[in-house]
Ligand binder design. Structure first.
Ligand code: GLU
Length: 281
């Protein structure tokens, strides 16, 4: 029998906090309710920020919370050639272009912001001639490779995705994807053959993920994910967006703000049972 497949996919660039604990517990509860499999995937494509000690801490903290998952765990850093091959397929269809702009140039030329609040790219490098591109590469410059989002959308037509929840018993709803609000997104970051968006759709397909469960704040990225799934002929899972765990000021927890880690809660004597109960599990 084909069983549903769910995954928790943390990036090992810091210690897990209560928001991650909620997401991991939520996913494992759904997996159980659906009679499905529960996988962990380590999203370590950012080689400067990902650290092996954080990967080890993720396993230790999840086990402490009482979770168990299937082995072997897929680590994205072992799959760069696959991501590069997928990007090459898009390049062969002339759907990607190299962008040499620096962060400062980007911020200065931007015409608005994407759903993450990052500057929207005005398409400056999209107008470079083949000779200019060649010249820049010959000078040893590195590029971000961006998707020609409007051309990609013209190929795929209107896209939708299905959202399930808030409980496994609820009927899924259909939502429209709006990739245009992201502009020409980066699919290969300078110095890496991939980006979050590209790796996530390739691996969800490769691992047979049927249900993607992630925080509500990540719903907008589904616009790009369904577009890539269609372009690359990948499967499109059912999506569930869960609530976010907020701090005392009502802000989303984050590693960069130094939100209290599970590790420090444990060291302060809090038990996994208390944490689970506090989070509603
Ligand atoms: N790796 C991403 C993160 O830690 C989330 C992955 C996903 O749910 O697609 O924010």
């Amino acid at each position: 029998m084909l069983r549903p497949v769910l995954r928790f996919a943390p990036s090992p660039n810091g210690l897990l906090h209560l928001g991650h604990a909620y997401s991991a517990l939520f996913t494992s509860v759904w997996a159980e309710a659906l009679g499905g499999r529960f996988l962990i995937r380590i999203e370590d494509t950012d080689l400067t920020r990902s650290k092996p000690e954080f990967t080890e801490a993720i396993f230790a903290d999840l086990a402490w919370l009482g979770l168990s998952w299937e082995e072997p765990v897929l680590r994205q850093s072992t799959r760069f050639p696959l991501y590069a091959a997928a990007a090459d397929r898009l390049k062969a269809r002339d759907l990607l272009y190299p962008c040499f702009c620096s962060r400062t140039e980007l911020a200065a030329s931007s015409t608005g912001t994407d759903p993450d609040g990052a500057p929207l790219y005005p398409g400056t490098c999209r107008h470079l001639s083949a000779a200019e591109v060649k010249q820049r590469f010959a000078e040893g410059r590195v590029a971000n490779w961006r998707l020609k989002t409007d051309e990609a959308m013209a190929l795929t037509g209107l896209l939708t995705y299905s959202v399930a929840g808030p409980t496994p018993a609820d009927r899924p709803q259909i939502r429209y994807a709006r990739p245009e609000r992201w502009g020409d997104v980066v699919l290969q970051r300078k110095g890496t053959p991939t980006s979050y968006h590209l790796s996530v759709v390739i691996d969800d397909d490769a691992q047979g993920v049927t249900h993607v469960t992630r925080g509500r704040d990540m719903e907008p990225s589904t616009d790009i994910h369904v577009l890539l799934q269609m372009l690359l002929g990948l499967s499109s899972p059912l999506y569930t967006f869960h609530k976010l765990i907020l701090d005392a000021e009502g802000k989303k927890l984050s590693k960069s703000k130094g939100s209290t880690s599970l590790r420090s809660l444990r060291e302060a004597g809090r038990t996994a049972e208390e944490i689970r109960r506090e989070l509603g599990f």
